[in-house]
Design a protein around this ligand. Structure first.
Ligand code: ZN
Length: 274
């Protein structure tokens, strides 16, 4: 096992982020309240206070606001006891003058599936949620069937994702911001749960960079004698090429599928100047 490279400090223990696509409470009565309200300091706390009573237990919530902070949409998931409590949740929320819309939905058989749609990322791109292990198996299946051609297909899929994604990120944040904060795009991929991506070295003159991926979804749980992260490699090559306006290639130099502690990718110009 090789030691983590300099610059990759061990992370403190972290709390996982549960996306709660379904809540299961055997034999309990579950209610979801989707609420849109005029946002202002203290409003969310006031709403939660409104729902505070022995008959209601808040299980989880999700809150998002518009960029100007004027409107908030909350999705609240509660366990309630007693008949008529779902109606009571709605009545309590509607009493608030700043609440614009309330939608109430009941669970069934102790299950509440959150079918809120569409899902959107914070940059408003439509999102889908994939089970990371199954996504990894999906790519592995292509490679199993197609051999080395499958690895190329998975790599090109990554490029096909990375290029438009980085075009979008650059379009939103601008070239200057991206140049000042090259780690931003990597953090966005981390935020989507793909793994913990860290830039551990960058040489702007040579156009090279080293990126460490810890617990990457593609390589985690796989066994290989060669570097396995073709999709991520394609994403990084495609994305970095867009970001720098020149073709870069990407090589995976360490890989957890080969027994390394983390995956490490090296970006360099496809045709370095002589
Ligand atoms: Zn790997």
């Amino acid at each position: 096992m090789s030691a983590p490279p300099e610059g990759l400090a061990p992370d403190p223990p972290e709390l996982p982020k549960d996306l709660s696509i379904a809540i299961v409470r055997e034999g309990r009565q579950l209610v979801k309240a989707a609420v849109e309200f005029d946002n202002a300091p203290g409003r969310l706390a006031d709403l939660l206070q409104t729902l505070s009573c022995p008959e209601h237990t808040l299980l989880t919530l999700h809150l998002a606001t518009t960029p100007d902070q004027s409107t908030a949409i909350g999705h609240l998931y509660l366990e309630v006891t007693g008949a008529g409590e779902a109606a009571d949740v709605e009545r309590r929320l509607r009493m608030k003058p700043y609440v614009r819309k309330v939608f109430i939905r009941m669970g069934y058989g102790g299950i509440l599936v959150d079918s809120a749609f569409p899902l959107v990322l914070s940059d408003k791109a439509q999102a889908i949620i994939l089970d990371g292990q199954q996504a990894s198996e999906m790519f592995a299946r292509v490679r199993e069937l197609m051999g080395s051609g499958g690895a190329v297909i998975v790599y090109e899929l990554g490029k096909g994702y990375g290029r438009p994604r980085f075009v979008r990120i650059i379009g939103t944040r601008g070239v200057e911001f991206m140049d000042a904060h090259p780690e931003y795009a990597l953090q966005m991929l981390s935020a989507m749960g793909w793994g913990k991506l860290t830039m551990t070295a960058i040489d702007r003159e040579k156009g090279t960079a080293t990126i460490v991926v810890e617990d990457g979804f593609e390589c985690r749980g796989q066994k290989s004698t060669t570097p396995h992260g073709q999709f991520i490699r394609g994403v990084l090559a495609g994305g970095a090429s867009v970001a720098l306006g020149r073709e870069l290639e990407c090589e995976e130099r360490r890989c957890i599928a080969m027994g390394d502690e983390f995956c490490e990718y090296f970006l360099r110009p496809a045709d370095p100047p002589e």
